[in-house]
Design a protein around this ligand. Sequence first.
Ligand code: DGJ
Length: 369
Amino acid sequence: MFYKDIPNGKTYLDTDGRHIQAHGGQIQRMSFFDEEAGSTVTKWIWVGEDKTNGAHGGIRAYSSDDLLNWKYEGIIMRNITSREALDTDPYFTKLYEGKNAEELDHIYECINSTTAIIERPKLIYNRKTGMYVLWFHADGPTKESNSSYAAASAGVAVSSSPFGPLKFIDRYRLNVCPDDQEVFFPKSRGMARDMNLFIDDDDTAYIIYSSEENLTLYISKLNDEYTYLATEPKDAVYGTDFIRLFPGAQREAPALFKRKDKYYLITSGCTGWAPNQARYYMADSVMGEWKNMGDPCIFDFNHTTFESQSTCVFNACIDDTGAERYIYLGDRWNSKKLSESSYLFLDIRFMDDNSMKIAYQERGLADGN
Ligand code: DGJ
């Protein structure tokens, strides 16, 4: 297999020659114990949605040494094809050993392969516990509603390896609008849809997500294990445990990153699978004042973020020279055939005032890495 460089917006083959299924995903540098090598290795890891069978898939991972050639590492969180599988398939019986029938029913409801929505998975490593923690947009119908996005929750799964098997813990509604602020969707509280994760320099982790029927973004602090909120919603303190961002602005696809001492948050509008204009915000701290900086894209004549939607930003430089190369990873969704959705890897340029610009490149990472 010969790769020149990343085929932006086109079919992107893994090292087995199959189109990469890691949509709504995240790329990061991770160290992990490699069974084959018998030692700890450091690689690029790409996790994302498996859309092979359309909207309902599990989560896949790929690894790479050069950000160009990706080895398929398997399905790291499988979705469940039948309730019986939880009682009979060794993969699940081992993973959920000790769970009672009611708990298994709930797991099935949350991550089944027929109705459950598993989107925008993001994986973080917890240095204190040594565990890999995955959060994802966990949605689907509920007992009260048949709507396919009724649950509007954040799901959590954990594993001792980045390649799973990830054990699903639960899905949760998150923080709610304080009584002294104007809520944009009073009918349903604590909703969590498009999401991302961010670990700050002090190891505090945050979940960033669309709430209030996608009208308002929230940032909520996670606990030390990264497996739940730092504080239960009923006790959470506004400004310390969570903040609401841009109430009513209707933003989703959040991608938060830090460069030097500035925090950046790229977002999209809400138009289903159709691309729309990006907007980014800047702040001096995660829980600080976020300033609207407008559209970072230049020469994006259709205002569609080059027909893509943000999913993460990562620094592609791995040497210790302090060099940086921040890459915008976007999804170019194909709503007719989700499995054929492709990716954009675009360099972010920073100006002297720390603002940023993104221009289109036919091929991502053209100089290699
Ligand atoms: C936009 C979101 O960003 C995607 O992750 C997905 O949920 C689609 N909406 C579904 O229409």
